[in-house]
Design a protein around this ligand. Structure first.
Ligand code: TRP
Length: 317
């Protein structure tokens, strides 16, 4: 199915629901990817810096745990600009480990730029970029089943899944792995709710622009007539569930027409479109999640404030 048809179908499906939703994978067009890069530099958005610290401080230990004397594929699910992965790539290359790098991302723009920048920065690195969704990347894992793999799932991307979906996803990743393979997964830990909230509702409004860009993308690619000024970014954290949720709130009673689906959608004043979930975990919860999916924790790496963790999972026999 062409990408635009799938986009139109997903938007129509989400906006036709009783509780309207839009799938978060559509955030990352060119503008969205640029805005997300700005989010990662915000003072409030601690996640990226914390993970950068985890990787920088522990890169040698990680490389030592990846190195098992045989060639491996380093598969980076949701690689983006791979700023964090580059820390590991430099270390692995320096230690002369035998591996190739397989970045996977939904954004074709991002994968093109990444391949180019890696070619300049680490010319000897073998790179095979894959453009697609997480579940499509599993096909790649399937085709190369017999070769050793280290899968990276960084940046707390696991947090964007609802729990049943995260179990399904990790179980299916696990089904393509074998004893000796590993998974390094980034997890945003539970912490001061105020700190979490600010990370998703920054003072300068970049996160708001990022969330609202989804409506602009629908206007651009599907011929929508959203008046973006009539929607507002709203984020809330529920400390009982450990979930940050992001919404777009309709500021008035309004109709929006989308040519791509040839339909008009009605929004009541203060009606919400749900756009993203970001789950925050404790290590015992992550241990359980891993166990449910056939993974065993090999080591947990933290930043100095223990706000974030990168968990190295081994595959059970
Ligand atoms: N999905 C990422 C996260 O949960 C990116 C993100 C940051 C995001 N801020 C957002 C997604 C606001 C939607 C709305 O951290």
């Amino acid at each position: 199915m062409p990408a635009k048809v799938a986009f139109a179908r997903d938007v129509d499906e989400g906006l036709s629901k009783e509780q309207k939703t839009l799938p978060s994978r559509y955030f990352y067009d060119g503008t969205g990817s640029r805005l997300f890069q700005q989010i990662m530099e915000l003072p409030e958005y601690y996640l990226t810096r914390c993970e950068q610290e985890v990787l920088t401080t522990n890169k040698q230990a990680m490389a030592a745990l990846f190195a098992r004397g045989s060639y491996f594929h380093l598969i980076d699910l949701g690689a983006g600009d791979a700023l964090k992965t580059k820390v590991l790539l430099a270390e692995l290359t320096q230690q002369k480990l035998a591996f190739d790098y397989v970045p996977v991302d939904i954004s074709g723009d991002a994968m093109q730029q990444l391949s180019k920048s890696l070619h300049n920065e680490i010319p000897n690195l073998k790179v095979e970029a894959v453009v697609g969704e997480y579940f499509q990347s599993l096909d790649w894992l399937q085709e190369n089943k017999s070769e050793r793999k280290v899968v990276l799932f960084l940046g707390s991307n696991i947090g964007n899944f609802e729990e049943p979906e995260s179990i399904r996803f990790l179980t299916s990743v696990r089904s393509y792995l074998q004893p000796g393979d590993q998974l390094l997964m980034g997890v945003d830990l539970r912490k001061d709710p105020e700190m979490i909230l600010k990370a998703y509702d920054d003072a300068s409004g970049i996160t708001a622009a990022f969330n609202l860009n989804l409506l602009q993308r629908i206007n651009k690619e599907l011929g929508g007539d959203f008046n973006v000024n009539q929607f507002r970014h709203y984020a809330m954290y529920n400390p009982l569930e450990g979930v940050m949720r992001s919404f777009l709130i309709s500021l008035s009673d309004q109709d929006v027409h989308i040519q791509g689906s040839n339909k008009t959608y009605h929004f009541n004043a203060w009606e919400a479109i749900h756009t993203e979930n970001s789950h925050k975990y404790t290590i015992p919860q992550i241990k359980m999640l891993g166990q449910l999916c056939g993974f065993r924790i090999e080591k947990v790496f933290y930043d100095s404030k223990q706000l974030f963790a990168d968990v190295l999972f081994a595959v059970d026999q």
